[in-house]
Design a protein. Structure first.
Length: 569
């Protein structure tokens, strides 16, 4: 018997028949046509892989979206273009919402109310609404059952705007280029990478055929369009002289913009032209390499746009607690396996420790988790045999934990109250790494890294907050130190970052000392790669490129002590 039957819910086939009997196949006469079917949709969670958000907009009454069992939850769709919405139909499974609200937005960030209730009856609700926007969101705040929220269908009706709303036309479209690079330095850097709205992938001209002038890249918008804006996010291999051109037939080109003083980074250009094809034609390079673009975005009206996946909604700060570990476990017990996994093995960045399977991570019984870095008096006592050399010797051991596969999030406030370890050669850190590093094997730094706190023992009063991405990483990361005036390890301190789609603000004990503005970052350093899920890492490293090795004055063991880690959204 399935888990759902054990919980007393209807078998899937029977429930589908009930839903079919409840959902009226025609909408109210005053409403416009169905806009939502097959549109991109995201949600706060899914109960499992069988109940994804897409099932709520597929027009199939035998499939459904179900959330995790907790409040609040949300589901949001992208209609692709601006529309006047006049009706929403919600076909609930047994697990319906008692309290919920409907909202609409032009951009996925600013929202207007369409409808709200605290007495939702379930079944099929046909709601007459009035609003204009591109994104429609259902915020679910109180469950009617002990399960989550579940919808057979989430239908939006209305009339699409046929006016002059500016739309991203180039996303996912077919591109062409003079050449493209495909080698160890830039594998499969094909034209499509400039039109995927992924700021960590890029197009580049070929090194094999020689980095020469001219070099070009073009996009087919799928149908004639009126072009009003072009955004170029350049790699350091940018064009100092180039022109933008449009064409009706991909053969005869008309110039709509030109410059001989291109500055690279992010260029947002207001233009005016009509055509199906748009081309960047570079004639002078900034350096000895070729031409390379992280993003080539074309905006306007017309064309045949493919809606890009919507961004998650921006949080409000400080927000609602959504995840935490208070470390209130008995003394001597290891980390909560439902929240943390131990990373084991040698470190990276020329670190000297071996990370053990929680031999160096223990609760102290006083509401703290201790990550201990120590010198091994008997080498091999806690070190596994190296599969190549056969050695069982490691000079130092320590701990590194992460929440991958247990918890990840996009945007919010994350904070930890920490008493750092501090002596020459120690490197404690509290940081976030893009979840696609593991999920899709996206290499670092393309996945993005957010260092909320790093401390190196040779600088006893100083901590660092830093961002790493393909265009700025390692020693060239974008960050800022903070001098605490007293030893970093002398007391517990709260390290935090508030993160949304446009900024990150880092703080220590409430002192906001470093704010990253997205527009400024993209215009001076490189792409912002932080609009996707990240997971949490805590570790206490020994040695490495940043702190250097232990020295004569190094005192071990050293404890990194954590009072709590919390995430708010």
């Amino acid at each position: 018997m399935s888990g759902r039957l054990q919980r007393g819910r209807l078998p899937l086939a029977a429930a589908a028949l009930v839903a079919a009997s409840l959902l009226v196949p025609v909408h109210a006469a005053a409403a416009g046509p169905l806009l939502s079917q097959g549109r991109p949709v995201t949600a706060s969670s899914s109960e499992n892989a069988a109940f994804t958000p897409a099932a709520a907009v597929d027009g199939d009454l035998g499939t459904r979206w179900s959330s995790e069992f907790g409040d609040p939850q949300w589901i949001q769709m992208d209609l692709g273009t601006t529309a006047k919405v006049d009706q929403v139909t919600l076909a609930w499974e047994t697990a319906h919402a008692k309290a919920f609200s409907l909202r609409i937005s032009p951009d996925g960030n600013t929202w207007n109310d369409l409808y709200s209730t605290a007495t939702g009856p379930g079944g099929t609700q046909t709601l007459t609404v009035n609003g204009t926007g591109r994104y429609v969101r259902l915020d679910l705040t109180e469950r009617a059952t002990q399960w989550g929220y579940s919808l057979w269908e989430f239908q939006v009706f209305g009339t699409r705007d046929t006016g002059t709303a500016e739309t991203l036309l180039s996303y996912g479209k077919q591109g062409a280029a003079s050449t493209f690079q495909d080698d160890a330095n830039c594998g499969q850097c094909v034209p499509a990478k400039a039109f995927d709205r992924d700021p960590a992938t890029r197009w580049a001209t070929s090194a094999t055929t020689g980095w020469v002038d001219p070099g070009w890249i073009s996009v087919d918008l799928g149908a004639p369009a009126r072009i009003s804006k072009v955004v170029l996010q350049w790699d350091p291999a940018f064009a100092t002289a180039y022109k933008l051109e449009v064409s009706d037939d991909n053969a005869n080109w008309r110039e709509i913009y030109s410059t001989t003083t291109g500055r690279g980074f992010k260029e947002t250009l207001t233009v005016s032209g009509q055509g199906r094809y748009v081309r960047m034609f570079g004639t002078a390079r900034s350096n000895g390499y070729g031409y390379s673009l992280w993003e080539f975005q074309v905006y306007g009206t017309g064309g045949n746009p493919t809606p890009a996946p919507p961004l998650p909604p921006d949080p409000s700060f400080p927000g609602r607690l959504v995840w935490a570990d208070e470390f209130n476990a008995p003394a001597g017990t290891g980390p909560d396996a439902s929240k943390w996994q131990a990373e084991t093995g040698p470190g990276v960045n020329n670190e000297l420790q071996y990370y053990t399977n929680n031999n160096n991570a223990r609760h102290d019984g006083n509401g703290n988790l201790v990550l201990q870095a120590r010198r091994e008096v008997t080498p091999g006592s806690t070190c596994p045999r190296d599969p190549i050399s056969g050695s069982t010797t490691c000079q130092y051991t320590s701990a590194r934990l992460n929440t991958h596969g247990r918890f990840s999030f996009t945007y919010g406030r994350v904070e930890a109250r920490v008493k750092v370890s501090t002596t020459q050669g120690l490197w404690p850190a509290f940081w976030l790494l893009g979840a696609d590093f593991f999920d899709q094997r996206t290499p670092w730094p393309n996945c993005g890294e957010i260092d909320v706190m790093e401390h190196v023992g040779r600088e006893p009063n100083r901590v660092y907050s830093t961002l790493h991405a393909p265009a700025y990483n390692g020693a060239g990361g974008f960050g800022q130190p903070l001098d605490l005036s007293t030893a970093a390890g002398s007391a517990f301190r709260t390290f935090a970052v508030e993160w949304d789609s446009s900024h990150m603000t880092f703080s220590v004990d409430g002192n906001r000392f470093f704010t990253v503005d997205r527009n400024q970052l993209e215009s001076t350093r490189g792409p912002w790669v932080y609009d996707h899920p990240f997971f949490i890492i805590i570790n206490n490293a020994v040695g490495g490129d940043f702190p250097g090795p232990p020295g004569p004055g190094t005192q071990l063991p050293q404890d990194m002590v954590l009072d709590y880690v919390r995430v708010y959204q």
